[in-house]
Ligand binder design. Structure first.
Ligand code: C2O
Ligand code: CU
Length: 427
């Protein structure tokens, strides 16, 4: 479910007495030749956005950094080199349920890599899907400034059709797709099916839709949907940090483009076709697709947590301001949610803070059971970045199958800085 730790090759010493615990469960495979290997060099420096040069961050000289492409089962090895990021930096593999030590959270799973330093990440990718990577050090500044890239894991069997990544990011006030303010054009022939992997690297909710012919929503947050039907005149909501894979069939004039509206992504079937108005109605993920096996029994609950998001006055970065709270506490005073390996965990998330929050749990995928009391009756809906609109409550379940200490935080990153951070810990 969550994609447990990869089988690590044994190394180091086992204690002769006491519990048989091994640090190897927390790390990626120490041996083995990587299938995908690259170095990402991080810099603080100028980037070009829409013809202007602004201060930001790059990886290998660009923002976004290179798209990492892998196949299910691949061992991925990335060497992060911090050439000139003064505050230090890390890489977090958003949505890839890596072993804990590979998670890239500065202050939790590693120290930030200082200027001049480097760090090697190794992990096996277990689920085909759309992911992204980004800094997890001073992330509200570094991610906004461009220290991120896309990560695509393909199934082992070659897929037919064409695909494109559309990483949507706002630099300052300038919305971009893959770092560019122009439309993203996808070369495809009439009749081709094009999979557009939309990555929302920002804080706000994106609405994505396809005018005219409509689309199929193939996957959310790196997990395929079961039996996805055609969606017409409905937008899919993608919260901050979330991903949605839309499939569109190329019409006779043979072109597809992705363009941005205000907080929206329009996958247009033709260059000069009108965008079509925002359909206003929204695809209900609770009823989309059909049910199938989820690999565990969500009714067999070992642990149950209530998680209420609120707001109160307090100090933010040393000044009076508004803090976001979890059960009345702000980070670092939020008690850890403690589980044991193998537990089926039920969480009730309630948002009474008056604003939306895209909540991201590291290391695990959550299965949505209900929203505002209405049960999920469609495809299993797995998520790692769940947008909780103001006033909404969700019931989710997951299997605690990836030992470690995992962040659970709002991916509207300034909100995380304002206290909306918790941790899940294994005993
Ligand atoms: Cu995409 Cu904790 O982050
Ligand atoms: Cu938030």
């Amino acid at each position: 479910t969550g994609g447990g730790p990869a089988a690590a090759s044994g190394h180091g010493h086992e204690p002769e007495d006491g519990p048989r615990v091994s640090v190897a469960t927390l790390t990626g495979p120490s041996g083995g030749v990587p299938d995908v290997e690259l170095t990402l060099t991080a810099d603080a420096g100028p980037i070009e956005v829409g013809g202007r040069t602004v201060a930001g961050y790059t990886l290998n000289g660009t923002s976004p950094g290179p798209t990492i492409e892998a196949v299910v089962g691949d061992l991925v090895q990335v060497t992060l080199v911090n050439r000139s990021v003064p505050d230090g930096t890390t890489l977090h593999w958003h949505g890839v349920d890596v072993p804990n030590a590979e998670d890239g959270v500065a202050g939790v799973t590693q120290d930030a890599v200082p200027e001049g330093g480097s760090h090697v990440y190794r992990f096996v990718v277990e689920y085909a899907g759309t992911y992204w990577y980004h800094s997890h050090q001073v992330s509200h500044a570094q991610v906004r400034g461009g220290l991120f890239g896309a990560l695509v894991v393909r199934p082992a069997a070659p897929q037919e059709g064409v695909e494109a990544v559309a990483a949507v990011h706002t630099y300052g006030a300038v919305p971009t797709v893959n770092g560019s303010t122009g439309d993203l054009r996808v070369d495809a022939a009439a009749g081709d099916r094009v999979r557009v992997r939309v990555v929302n690297t920002g804080s706000g909710v994106l609405r994505a839709w396809v005018p005219g012919s409509g689309y199929r929503l193939l996957a959310l947050d790196g997990r395929d949907l079961h039996d996805p039907g055609r969606v017409a005149e409905q937008a899919v909501l993608i919260g901050g940090g979330g991903r949605a894979d839309l499939e569109v069939t190329v019409p006779d004039d043979g072109s597809v483009r992705v363009r941005l509206g205000s907080q929206s992504v329009i996958v247009g079937p033709a260059d000069d076709a009108p965008d079509g108005d925002d359909p206003r109605s929204t695809l209900d993920l609770l009823t989309y697709g059909t049910p199938t096996d989820v690999g565990f029994d969500p009714r067999a609950v070992d642990r149950r947590f209530d998680y209420a998001i609120g707001r109160r006055p307090g100090f933010v970065a040393g000044r009076p301001g508004l803090q976001w709270t979890i059960n009345g506490h702000t980070y670092p005073d939020v008690p850890m949610f403690v589980v044991s390996e193998g537990d089926v965990v039920r969480m009730i998330l309630r948002n009474s803070s008056g604003q939306g929050h895209p909540m991201h749990l590291h290391g695990h995928h959550l299965l949505v059971l209900s929203r505002d009391g209405a049960p999920s009756t469609g495809s299993p809906w797995w998520t790692d970045s769940l947008e909780l609109a103001a006033g909404e409550s969700y019931e989710v379940a997951f299997v605690a199958d990836n030992p470690g200490v995992w962040m659970d935080h709002c991916h509207n990153l300034p909100h995380a800085q304002q206290g909306l951070v918790a941790h899940l810990a294994y005993t």
